[in-house]
Design a protein around this ligand. Structure first.
Ligand code: RUQ
Ligand code: CUA
Length: 639
């Protein structure tokens, strides 16, 4: 079977969609027909061995699919994984925690959506947080990034964007729960998310959708020339937006340089178009390099306009702040609608993937401020394959880039790419087929200064025929690839079906995260109610306050009687000290499932608006007498 044929079977016949994508791609790249490219690409695949060596192999040798693997990825029953992987949940609005290399899903952390499994959005505090963040029932998480200190994961927090509603959330990694959400003013389509490194001094939200700013109907809504998008800098402690920078064109993904000076974003639609055709017209867009100290100096100097209470600095190309040789934003012309960008672990390069161009652009970070023509900061442009999207690192000088259209991951040599001619394929070491159409990929600790270099996950958008069919919506397929053996090459280890729709991930060694076993009551705002301290009080004509505990197998009150129309504030402490001994307060017909983990106190406020008897019960299976763990809520009819 020729490589070409296989591709069309893989990508075309079973779904139809990628074939269309190819056709589209052809139209975007006149002069480079897809088929020609695949032929050319075939010459450089195979197991090239060590960095930079590429061997010329025949078509047969480059199928690339390592179907079986000798790599031991087994994690026997009862044993623990080596890594935590945090995967975004896309339009499900959550972040998933996997163990690696088993790819077992250990937890789902709800972020932008209520989740009864964890009582999230069911108690007053989390409900209020979701309400104050806009009151939406969903979000679209793409880029989970773990906080760093000194260029390494510190295990304190993870941050993740909401593309749908322009928000950024923080997850506390002591409790593995969302503890803050900011609704970012002046920004729609918060896409890229990343920290200022090496110490997580700022979190950046990258605005993708161009809108009038402010978007309140006051300006000309019809004229796209009047639209803009901003980069938002968020304080990681207070989660307030400190400042924003207005730029030309769409932005997309982002990553920070390792020493804190730059934040990079890719961007498409420098054309400022509003239709697909307009957005893809020009052959070049740009990478923006935001000079953070200069932007902060401009804010300091009062060089901004306050819009929706946020200082907005003008970073457009014709801004006075961008004239002269100390611009606040460098616009580096890059082919064509570049998508992913990531900084190499040694901070030498920022690598942007071409998306609609088969190359990646290697930007020399030290050169950005030296060159007269920003284009000269690009020191390498290897030809990788079709639809390059995202790049990860192994810490041994190799880059790994997803090829969306080719359904492959390509491994290439970064220094070789700098030495080779632009457009050369010689930096390519090998390619491996993935199934199918990968978006992101992530290597263990790739975002730190010291990647681990052993495991890589390719987050594939389509799974098609890989699993039992479950109706028209298929799972995604996150594939585990071993990259620890340069001689043997990349080895596909396992498929892992995923609920819609992981985008990106961060992988962190287990030694860097220290999750709590029980809650520390000191960390919570609500007061602890021990056995014997339970109270039930009518504080008002129509308000009852209850404070009680829960333990195996009962609640502080066997029954609670209130009047129809009462507002009931029910606070519950789980007084268990044993890890994993959860209880909950499920109230039939009141839409409440309040979870209480050991030593945790939560409160839910509700209206008792229908007279009757409601059996409060515990929904976490806690003991043999779990079913008996109940209490009656008696709502007396109004007289
Ligand atoms: S994006 S599949 Cu939202 Cu990170 Cu590139
Ligand atoms: Cu407590 Cu079930």
């Amino acid at each position: 079977m020729s490589h070409d044929k296989q591709r069309s079977t893989d990508a075309g016949a079973s779904s139809g969609q990628p074939a269309d994508a190819d056709a589209e791609f052809d139209s975007l790249l006149p002069g480079l027909r897809r088929r020609d490219f695949v032929k050319a690409g075939a010459a450089v695949g195979g197991l090239g061995g060590l960095a930079g060596c590429t061997s010329l192999l025949s078509d047969e040798d480059v199928e690339g699919t390592a179907s079986a693997s000798e790599v031991d990825s087994s994690v026997p029953p009862g044993e623990h994984d080596e890594y935590y992987a945090f995967l975004s949940g896309g339009q499900s609005g959550d972040v998933r925690v996997y163990g690696l290399p088993s790819m077992r899903e250990l937890a789902r952390i709800p972020v932008f959506q209520p989740d009864a499994g964890r009582g999230y959005g069911h108690d007053d505090e989390s409900r209020q947080m979701l309400e104050e963040a806009g009151g939406y029932t969903w979000g679209d998480t793409h880029h989970p990034r773990i906080s760093q200190t000194d260029g390494d994961y510190d295990g304190r927090f993870a941050y993740v964007n909401d593309k749908a509603n322009g928000r950024m959330a923080r997850i506390d990694l002591t409790y593995f729960e969302t503890d803050a959400i900011v609704d970012i003013p002046n920004q729609q389509g918060t896409h890229g998310a990343c920290a200022q490194l090496p110490d997580t001094d700022l979190i950046f939200g990258v605005g993708e959708f161009r809108t009038p700013i402010p978007n309140d109907g006051s300006g000309d809504l019809e004229d796209p020339e009047e639209y803009g998008s901003v980069l938002a800098a968020i304080n990681p402690e207070s989660m307030n937006v400190e400042w924003e920078v207005l730029v030309d064109g769409n932005m997309d993904n982002g990553d920070g340089s390792k020493e804190g000076q730059y934040f990079f974003t890719t961007g498409y639609n420098s054309e400022g178009g509003v239709t697909e055709e307009e957005m893809t017209r020009s052959a070049r867009d740009n990478v923006k390099a935001f000079d953070i100290p200069r932007i902060e100096a401009a804010v300091e100097a009062g060089d901004y306009e306050t819009i929706n209470e946020v200082p907005v600095v003008d970073g457009r190309q014709d801004s006075p702040l961008n004239q002269g040789d100390e611009p606040i934003v460098h616009y580096i012309p890059t082919p064509k609608s570049p998508h992913g960008i990531s900084v190499t672990p040694d901070n030498q390069y920022a690598i942007a993937s071409g998306k609609l161009d088969p190359t990646a652009s290697v930007i020399d970070i030290a050169a950005i401020d030296e060159v007269d023509d920003p284009a000269d900061a690009i020191v390498g442009q290897p030809q990788l394959g079709l639809g390059p999207l995202h790049t990860a690192y192994d810490g041994r000088g190799h880059a790994y880039t997803t090829l969306f259209i080719d359904s492959q991951v390509v491994k290439w040599d970064i220094e070789e790419a700098v030495e080779a001619e632009a457009g050369s394929e010689s930096p390519v070491i090998e390619k491996i087929d993935v199934h199918y159409n990968p978006g992101h990929l992530i290597a263990a600790e790739s975002y730190t200064e010291n990647p681990a270099g052993d495991w890589l996950i390719s987050l594939n958008k389509l799974s098609k025929d890989r699993f039992l069919p479950v109706g028209p919506q298929h799972p995604e397929n996150d594939q585990l690839i071993y990259i620890g053996d340069d001689e043997a090459g990349m080895q596909l280890v396992k498929d892992s079906p995923a609920h819609a729709e992981p985008h990106d991930a961060s992988i962190c060694h287990k030694s860097k995260i220290d999750p709590a076993k029980t809650y520390d009551p000191e960390d919570l705002d609500l007061e602890y109610t021990d056995q014997g301290e339970e109270t039930m009080e009518r504080v008002d004509d129509d308000r009852v306050e209850i404070e009680m505990y829960s333990t195996r197998n009962h609640y502080g009150f066997q029954e609670m009687t209130v009047r129809e129309g009462d507002t009931v504030e029910m606070q519950v402490t789980n007084i268990e000290t044993t890890s994993d001994m959860l209880h909950s307060v499920a109230i039939p017909d009141h839409d409440i499932h309040m979870r209480v983990a050991p030593q945790e106190t939560r409160k839910a406020t509700f209206t008792a608006d229908e007279p009757g008897v409601y059996w409060i019960y515990c929904a976490h299976f806690c003991s043999a007498l779990h079913l008996e763990m109940r209490s009656r809520l008696i709502v007396q009819p109004e007289e």
